[in-house]
Design a protein around this ligand. Structure first.
Ligand SMILES: [Cu+2]
Length: 328
């Protein structure tokens, strides 16, 4: 029997934590769109506020620092050890142990290989958040994420102004067409992405709580300053409020009819039994009485991957962002 991990509680199911202060609504950085199986496209991170300490409740009317840089790490490494794959309980709790990889569930993923089918692509011009962007490219040539920042170098560009009035910046990326195996019991795949919004840089900012907002579901050996990460309200430094920017890919269980410009997409319903003859679980909603078959999956970058690729080092272009190092 698999057991439930209760300590990392069900807050994963809360897609976005919304708080209201006066007339301004704040939300953590998220991903703009829900994604349907088998269709590639473009979406974006929604950067909806600048940095302040997380020792006060989100939405508290305090000044937010302007966002001057952003870094991202996607869970699409070829090495499966660099990502964690979980089956989720009906209430969103991660079931231990983690799965070895997504090969049972996603078409084209081989056993012992990571989620290289994510199809991540960069958008480097036309409505990007900042003028400067460097992809994180691994030894296989795959794009794993990116660092992007406001100039002065090599291109002059403005920060995301948040100190005067809260605004939203969109940082776009491309995703591939992802397909569920017909024998998989999964009804969705939540792709969790590590994101840091940087508001200060250089050694003088090293201990300031408003130097960065870190959006990862738990602390890592390097990213462990809780004042830069979400916490429950009222603030309690001992309680993590797990939060990941998440792109949810939904299985197309009913199919999509043809339109004037697109071909019909056949239905891919969750089967009664998986490839091993085990019945796919069903859940009946206590309010609506509707029964849904299948479970949700989640994939997120492992700690080592986050600690390697989320920091923005001090280096000359094109190796890293110009100027001083940004501090976790
Ligand atoms: Cu927030």
């Amino acid at each position: 029997m698999k057991d439930f991990t209760v300590k990392k509680l069900a807050l994963y199911s809360v897609a976005t934590v919304m708080c209201v202060a006066g007339q301004s609504a704040f939300a953590h950085t998220g991903i703009k769109d829900k994604v349907s199986e088998g269709v590639s496209g473009y979406t974006a991170f929604t950067v909806t506020h600048g940095c302040s300490t997380n020792a006060v409740a989100e939405g508290t009317p305090v000044d937010h620092q302007n966002v001057i840089a952003m870094s991202t790490v996607f869970p699409n490494a070829a090495d499966p050890a660099l990502a964690k794959v979980y089956q989720l309980s009906p209430t969103g709790i991660q079931i231990e142990p983690a799965l070895a990889d997504l090969s049972e569930h996603i078409v084209g993923v081989s056993p012992g290989v990571g989620f290289t089918k994510l199809g991540l692509g960069l958008v480097t011009g036309g409505g990007t958040l900042f003028a400067n962007i460097i992809p994180t490219v691994d030894a296989t040539g795959a794009i794993r994420g990116y660092h992007t920042w406001a100039g002065p170098k090599p291109y002059v560009s403005a920060p995301l102004e948040e100190s005067i009035v809260s605004a939203t910046g969109l940082s776009p990326f491309r995703y591939g067409a992802i397909q569920f195996n017909p024998t998989s019991c999964a009804k969705s795949l939540k792709v969790r992405v590590a994101v840091a919004n940087w508001c200060r840089q250089g050694p003088a900012s090293k201990k300031l709580a408003d130097r960065v907002d870190v959006w990862i579901g738990h602390t890592t050996p390097l990213f462990k300053d809780q004042a830069t990460m979400p916490r429950d309200i009222p603030y309690d430094a001992t309680i993590e409020a797990p939060y990941w920017p998440t792109m949810t890919i939904y299985r197309n269980t009913t199919g999509t009819p043809a339109t004037a410009t697109t071909a019909a997409i056949p239905a891919n319903p969750v089967p009664e039994f998986d490839a091993h003859g085990v019945a796919c679980p069903s859940v009946t909603d206590s309010v609506t009485g509707v029964t849904t078959r299948g479970f949700d999956l989640a994939i997120e970058p492992a700690d080592a991957d986050i600690d390697t690729n989320l920091p923005i080092p001090s280096a000359a272009y094109p190796l890293g962002a110009s100027g001083a190092k940004y501090f976790p």
